[in-house]
Design a protein around this ligand. Structure first.
Ligand code: MIC
Ligand code: SF4
Length: 742
């Protein structure tokens, strides 16, 4: 690493930030030979590891099976966490998941075994927590098929969320391409104390940057406030960097990381890191004069930072807790909090749980009664086992908590809160320490307002039962009718008696997996082998129809909803039946109700699109800013592709989704002139007039023919390079890999 960093410093001709050191020391070609322009140059990288979770691994591995390789080229793991529904509690829920999803778990286990992939069984924990505990290491680079892979930045990595097709590149031993990111520096002055937690740092950053402000950038945190914070707290901040669209976030190596590595049984990694520690943080000049080296600098003073709640429906709508009373009144947010949920991949460290437990303990100490329901989803079996040993689970049980399985559960709609009545559920408020709060995300109910806060604040609010409870200033009335205040949360950075676990839930693959058979039943409704996509022919890009013009926020949850649909993640044709059903039609403001131009009738998006497909007519999807925000799920690209959508034209894209569209051989385009979005009409027919000249940095021309015979010419931009244009021409990136390996 040292040699490569020195070479990079020489080529770039100035001191380097940590992110640059990691990027330049992971070039596919080895030692750097040129300096790259941030935000412009596409660069080939060689990540050290890959991680996949069950909901995305199915598609990733189905694609990998086509790559023609006997084994994965870099260490890879699969984690079963998303497919476990939270309903009653850990034990029963896990049992049910093992019954209902055994076909998928068996598939993932056998593919892992065959191709040399480490397998983490259902119940072992959530991918990002397990990665932080076992695999993340300072100065490393990894990719993962989940947007919150960025969590590993807490241990000083550059860890990036990608679609499955990107993971296939790396697993197949090929380079992984990324546009060299821009750099945002966040200087943390002061220190966290009292009620303020690491979560509040990222809630504040989300307020400043908004859901798209980090797009194309790596956020690097530094300053006294960074080094004085725990490693797992850093993980939380990096985790939620996905919510501002950042490529990833990271922190320089410090003693908190050393402590965490040693506590998680990796003294060897800590020792190795110490030997190269000057390369595991930025050059001193960079943090001394950040404005000179970063594209943007943000400063946050932790001494004055207040606890925040972000939401509802978007993670960047930040309200400091002291302003919540006013904000809730103004917006008519229900003040009664029905459920407080802590845990998830974002916030389930020993520190988080112990601090939350110190509040739960005060319920009995001060003779209070917890007003809201309360749930905990531990991030890993190791954390769960340790907090149980240390009595915290009992403390939570005493306030009537439900402990869900070590899995995603309520964070991704796998929360059976309303049975089959979710769609028309009542208007209500919940608070959680997860990361996303898009409509319907937790419980499928469009009328649930979810607010994101630290586990400490969520616990305090659940005790009080009110959204506007400010534990810093407000009193509670206890069961004796006395006024009491909650003491500030207290906890432990790491378990004083060390971590412990009986069965962490890991299965190592066989040394030689060539004999392992992978079976996919042709009649399965959960799994379906993939058929290669046919290239989109230039002729078919004339006479296209509009499928939907999406209005406002259109996240991957709107394009390919999770929750009940997670069960079809391995079956492209079945999951395609949810395509864009959450997107709001700009012409009637309804969801899943679009005009079929062939019949003039209105119907659901997937059905309408299947009609176009039958008639061999390609379609186009139009959208607003940050289209495809959120998840890494490539289903959001593969489903429209499978159904015959050829182009997605928007004001701007979220990074992973844009790449996913390109990888699947589609056209991902942006309006050169944003206001042209308004020119698109419901009955339009589209012609790409110069697609034959598709070339890097050359805009394309789209003609929109309106029903009255008039026409508009719309100039559209794209960010394809030569290689990506060949994905389009071959039908998909995978088709190209297959051709090259044939
Ligand atoms: C999420 O948090 O949205 C998910 C579910 O973890 C997704 C992955 C998926 O859709 O399977 C993500 O963040 O990438
Ligand atoms: Fe799972 Fe939620 Fe984390 Fe996504 S954000 S990995 S759904 S816990």
């Amino acid at each position: 690493m040292g040699e490569r960093v020195e070479k990079a410093r020489e080529l770039v001709g100035r001191p380097l930030a940590l992110a640059e050191k990691i990027l330049y020391s992971h070039l596919w070609d080895g030692t750097p030979t040129q300096s790259f322009t941030r935000g412009k140059d596409y660069v080939d990288f060689a990540p050290d590891r890959v991680a996949c979770q069950d909901a995305t691994a199915q598609m990733a591995l189905l694609q990998f099976m086509h790559a023609g390789k006997p084994k994965v080229a870099v260490p890879t793991t699969v984690h079963c966490d998303h497919l476990i529904q939270a309903k009653v509690g850990a034990e029963a829920d896990l049992k049910r998941a093992n019954e209902t999803s055994n076909e998928v778990f068996d598939f993932l286990e056998s593919v892992s075994n065959k191709y040399g992939i480490g397998f983490w069984k259902p119940g072992a924990g959530i991918i990002h927590q397990v990665v932080l505990e076992n695999y993340a290491f300072p100065g490393g680079m990894m990719i993962g098929t989940d947007s919150h892979t960025v969590n590993a930045g807490g241990l000083g990595m550059v860890a990036i969320g990608v679609g499955g097709a990107d993971a296939v590149d790396v697993m197949a031993g090929m380079a992984w391409e990324l546009k060299f990111p821009k750099l945002i520096g966040v200087k943390l002055t002061g220190r966290l104390s009292g009620w303020t937690a690491p979560k509040d740092v990222i809630l504040k950053v989300a307020d400043i940057l908004t859901v798209k402000g980090g797009t194309g950038a790596i956020i690097e945190y530094f300053g006294e406030g960074a080094t004085s914070m725990s490693c797992t707290g850093k993980g939380t901040i990096c985790n939620m960097g996905a919510e501002v669209g950042a490529t990833t976030s990271t922190f320089g190596y410090d003693e908190s990381m050393d402590r965490y590595l040693r506590a998680t049984d990796r003294a060897d990694v800590a020792d190795a890191a110490l030997e190269v520690k000057e390369h595991l943080t930025a050059d001193p000049e960079v943090y001394a004069n950040p404005e000179k080296y970063f594209d943007q600098v943000i400063e946050i003073d932790l001494d004055t930072l207040e606890p925040h709640l972000n939401g509802p429906f978007t993670p960047d709508l930040a309200t400091p807790i002291s302003k919540m009373s006013e904000a809730a009144k103004e917006n008519d947010w229900p003040l009664n909090v029905e459920v407080g949920l802590i845990g998830s991949c974002t916030n389930s460290s020993y520190e988080d749980i112990s601090r939350a437990a110190s509040l739960a303990q005060q319920v009995s100490d001060k003779n209070l009664k917890t007003k809201s329901d309360f749930t905990i989803t531990p991030g890993s079996e190791q954390v769960r086992y340790t907090i149980e040993r240390d009595g915290f689970i009992e403390t939570f049980n005493n306030i009537g908590a439900t402990v869900f399985a070590n899995a995603c559960g309520p964070c991704i709609g796998m929360w059976d809160r309303y049975g089959d009545k979710a769609a028309n559920g009542p208007r209500n408020t919940i608070v959680h320490s997860f990361n996303r709060n898009f409509a319907k995300r937790a419980d499928g109910n469009p009328n649930t307002l979810a607010f994101v806060g630290s586990p400490e604040l969520v616990t305090a609010i659940a005790i009080a039962g009110r959204l506007d409870f400010n534990p810093v200033t407000d009193k509670l009335i206890n069961e004796d009718g006395e006024e009491v205040m909650l003491d500030e949360p207290r906890g432990y950075e790491l378990p004083p008696e060390g971590f412990a676990v009986e069965d962490a839930g890991y299965l190592a693959p066989e040394e030689d997996g060539s004999g392992v058979e992978v079976v996919v039943s042709p009649t399965s409704e959960r799994l379906q082998l993939l058929e290669p996509f046919e290239p989109i022919k230039p002729e078919s890009l004339k006479g296209m129809k509009l499928l939907i013009k999406a209005f406002g926020k259109c996240t991957t949850d709107h394009i390919s909803m999770a929750g009940p649909w997670l069960r079809y993640r391995g079956h492209l044709d079945n999951i395609a039946n949810n395509t864009l059903i959450g997107a709001v039609n700009a012409y009637n403001k309804k969801t899943n109700f679009v005009k079929n131009q062939l019949t003039g009738e209105y119907g659901g998006v997937p059905d309408t699109q299947r009609e176009y497909k039958k008639a061999a007519i390609k379609t186009i999807v139009v959208g607003d800013h940050n289209y495809g925000e959120g998840s890494s799920r490539e289903h959001a690209a593969m489903q429209p592709r499978h159904l015959g959508v050829a182009a997605v034209l928007v004001k701007s894209f979220a990074r992973i989704h844009e790449t996913n569209l390109k990888k699947q051989g589609m056209l991902a385009l942006t309006f050169a002139n944003e206001s042209d979005y308004d020119l698109i009409q419901e009955d339009d027919t589209f012609n790409f007039v110069d697609i034959e000249d598709f070339a890097p940095e050359k805009p394309l021309t789209l003609e929109a023919e309106h029903a009255d015979g008039s026409k508009d010419t719309i100039i559209v931009n794209h960010s394809y390079n030569d290689a990506q244009i060949s994905w389009f021409k071959e039908g998909s990136a995978l088709n190209l890999i297959k051709k090259e390996n044939a």
